[in-house]
Ligand binder design. Sequence first.
Ligand code: AMP
Ligand code: GLY
Length: 425
Amino acid sequence: MKVLVIGSGGREHALAWSLSKSPRVNEVVCAPGNGGIAQVARLAPASQKDLNDLLRVVAAEGPDLTVVGPEAPLALGLVDELRRRGLLVFGPTRAAAMLETSKSFAKRFMQRHKVPTANYAVCTTQEEALASLDLFHLPVVIKADGLAAGKGVLICQTKKEAQEGIQGLFNGKLLGTMETSVVIEEFLEGEELSFLVLSDGKHVAPLVPAQDHKRIGEGDTGPNTGGMGVYSTDAMLDPQMRDWILHHIVQPTIDGMAAEDTPFAGVLYCGLMMTARGPMVLEYNARFGDPETQAILVRLESDLVEALEASAKGQLSDTELRWKPGASACVVAASEGYPGSYTTGHRITGLEEAAQIPGVQVFHAGTTFSEGRYLTNGGRVLAVTAAADTLENALGLAYEGIEKIHFEGMYYRRDIGHRALKNKK
Ligand code: AMP
Ligand code: GLY
């Protein structure tokens, strides 16, 4: 098989790496990819935000399966276009991806299908939003309706902060575009859990659970990022709770989308808050998480291409994925300044030494390769990942790996997984 992966981050490096290990895959192409992905795939230049350009790459490459990584091409309708041409593609249609691309759609959908989530109000004018604030306790959560790359969620401790947030979203000062719809939401407390499943529109195959670390600073402080590190263990979700989530959250979502004639095939990522009232959905994503995917795929023992193909063909009912028991961890090395502004083009050293440590995989999130050297090319630069028998050992390996690596302004959190280790003691 020839498989085409769309995207250019650490998630796509992990997908391309896992796909390239399949005995059924003889070529992986990644569009546009990055410097590190070139180790496991041929790169095809493409603009990820331009539907015609992506269609051109697919037509030129003629893959047996296309795997869409990020949300932007889903929102453009890439999957719909490829399906219309009779091509095999892994990912949801544009209408199904609305679970991620519109928070107001997702909230109303959850209400229709009795999926547990925070109480909310959808407001289409600033006046309405300001008036609705009185319906909520503090802290209160204000969310931009559309895609905002992790920057559209404000957790407000005071009414004044919430009022300013609402004004900033509607007048365009916060995100650069004027919002026409904002979701106000009850603040939930608990541990967050990323629970991902593959679906073919009807059946589901769960992946191992993971916990992301969204804030830039140690101790979960500072602004939100795309994700600074992840761990995954068997112990983080017992089988009973897993079944509860499948029964009360995942299956009602898949059944609800099918009943509304927008069946959801691809990865359904349920961002959950494990509250005292039980698990509740914070958000859906219509794609693999980044960096969750890196930590999840180093634990996968089954053939990824078989599972993605089964999802794309509507044949997931007999798929049961096999996993390495134990744990995995992924630590992200970011450029100084991220998630704000940062510089790029810095030389990265120590990559080979890190990769030589048994059990360690260095996935590239934002790099280029030029004249024999890797250079930084993004906010999140590398995702150093390891699987092991215990979380302590997986974290130990990931940190041993990242300590070998250097670039100017390199920043990483030193406390990934620490909460899990503390809870155990
Ligand atoms: P989202 O993009 O909706 O996942 O929000 C980003 C992050 O904001 C989540 O991972 C949570 O840490 C936080 N968050 C979102 N909604 C809530 C909520 N209702 N209560 C508490 N925290 C939230
Ligand atoms: N790591 C969070 C996400 O992929 O949305």
